[in-house]
Design a protein around this ligand. Sequence first.
Ligand code: NAD
Length: 361
Amino acid sequence: MSHRVTLIPGDGIGREVSLAARRCIDATGVDIEWEEQIAGKEAIARFGTVLPEGVLDSIRKNKVAIKGPIITPVGKGFRSVNVRMRVLLDLYACLRPCKLYDGVKSRYSHIDLVVVRENTEDLYAGIEFAKGVEKTKEMIGYIESLSGLHIKEDSALGIKPISVSASKRIVKFAFDYALKNKRRKVTAVHKANIMKETDGLFLDAARDVAGEYKGRVEFEDRIVDNMCMQLVQKPELYDVLVLPNLYGDILSDLCAGLAGGLGVAPGANIGDDVALFEAVHGSAPKYAGLNKANPSAMILSGVLMLKYMGEDSAAHRLEKAVSDVIKEGKQVTYDLKPDRNDPTAVGTSQMADAIIVKLKN
Ligand code: NAD
């Protein structure tokens, strides 16, 4: 069966790693018609906007997309295109498997964690009020009158919406993923001891949903700071983690670090009807155009995409080809060599070539 997939190359190293991923996915033999769409820096130059409407139309039509990283200016400029896409397409579940492949440098011998992050609300909702402006002063006065608490007048404010509906659907996603993928346990992560209303609501919702899976998948909860320490000290105790947006963002980088770093960390943003696959890493501007970046995270995001499309055998073969190349350690990028200055490191496209050779053997 032929598939149509929207491909967004993205910024920085995006075009190089996307091309590598596309070539490897095509080499599995799965029949994909690619529809390339431009978003990010190149879209500003060509269309005067970071996210042309055609990009979302294409994803809505094709239902499946794979995307390279897109830059977000820090503290100023446009809001994150990545966050906007997730919200506008209601891609509420961010799935980030963190698996340690043989041959990847890590302080650990075995890591196999899955981070399920809520993608649409929390402090990520972008409801912020700037310091010193009239609206913020009004808001401060209003909150002080309602809560009886004092807020310094030189404060900026951020709002953290956490809803029952969004919390329940993300926890349900985590449990369904655990069942489907034969995982044993789901851990809900929160700070409900301090944020009793918002995180407390998330925890209550998680407990409610967990009840429906009793006897099939284990459930427990952890406070986020303790979770960080536990993950560093005994990651083997954990399996699938489900978290609100901000903790999910932070802990998925932590777990990616346990499993050898951003170069090998894939991801997916999944809604009820549409899915967008992307590596955890960003656009790594210092490596843009140098054919240096590790394409594995993007190719492994392609593996998640193939699984989502029901192409399980192709997904399995592609993951094995990537893991074999990494294990051999010869045709790999600088970050997968024991010494990052190893002159035998290959470039992005050569590592993809080696993966394609493995696929064909
Ligand atoms: P980054 O992930 O781009 O890079 C951090 C460092 O990680 C790099 O300098 C490099 O040393 C290493 N790295 C990342 N990807 C690699 C790869 N494939 N191979 C080898 N090494 C790799 O993070 P950053 O510097 O914080 O962000 C750069 C830009 O990317 C920012 O504008 C940020 O907003 C954006 N970003 C986008 C996404 C996304 O599109 N989903 C995600 C994260 C960051």
